[in-house]
Design a protein around this ligand. Sequence first.
Ligand code: SF4
Length: 395
Amino acid sequence: MTYLLRKPDFSAKLKILGEVARFDVCGFPSIFARKEKKFQRFKFIYPAVGRSGSCVRLFKVLQSNACEGNCFYCANRKDRDFPRVNFSPQELAKLFIQYYEKRLVDGLFLSSAIHNSARQSEEKMLQTVQLLRYKYGYRGYIHYKILPGTDNSLIEAAARLVDRLSINLEAPDEKYLAQLSPSKKFVPELLDGLEKIARINQEKPLKAGLTTQLVVGASQETDREILSFSNKLYRNYKLWRVYYSAFMPILDTPLEGLPPCSPLREYRLYQADFLLKGYGFTPEELPFEKNGNLPQKYDPKLAWALKHPGNFPLEVNKADFAQLLRVPGIGRISARRIVEARTREKFTRLEQLRKTGAVVGRARNFLTLAGKFYPAPKEKIAGRVSEQLFLWEEL
Ligand code: SF4
């Protein structure tokens, strides 16, 4: 049952529309985001990663949570008994600017449920953005969500005003989407929508590109299927990022009885995704287990290295950039620094390796320095999740 709240004030609306916006992912993997205590004062302010790798605060909100859709996992689904509220474009633009001027946020993430129709909802969002750009002179970051079935003219108008466009594909193929969203059509609505925004981005690149989101763990999709699909999206549509959203069951939805997806699974997907995007791995090379999922115990690069002992140890003074990138504990920045430093000096001590930013406790197990091997005690190889390379910084 859907009912609209009568005359809710701004803060009541923001509480509801900011809270439900959390299901749209645009920032840190949830395993880290929960630890970002400084962002917990306001539920609608979320940490995200800026272009330079710095942390930015996004004002993340829905224009409306009254939806015509009935997706099985979603808090906003039509059949769910929940208060429905809408921001008018004027209200939302004014509210955002107040937070921005008080320096409480750095940018806007704007999405909406499908209120009456995709066209009507998208028109309201567009008006909000127009007010921000033209009336308030706001020049900062805007991430803008395209709803399934939106007209070309509205997409093109939004693309002229925002930094990033995204459309949520939700699942890696049609059969998994059917387990999540009975009314969404995978090819004619979602993939075609992505194709439209990819064409616009190709003609006139958006400052912060295109992204999408996949829900993980609510259907029987495997990590292999998810990552093979992401790889195609990166190749075919030049996506900036695929976000992975670990499924969380919500009361009073058809999927309320399903177990939640582990945040560690979500995090491993991000790590493997980085291997595809920035480390030269192909989906076939990723170290999937027999069930098609990534191992949870080790991060994917370490798991790959442990499965390929014949490739190691590498001599740090001779390995090329691509080989160094495959060494656990060495990221793109440290690999580049090693290659540069080798033109001036020979690596003979672990201390030199440490200065490049490599995680020496891990990398030393896979390298020799001038022919000498300095392995760490075996129990230290895996390390804790929080000690692993934070790959977000590097792209
Ligand atoms: S269309 Fe979007 S907001 Fe509406 S129920 Fe589906 S996922 Fe939720």
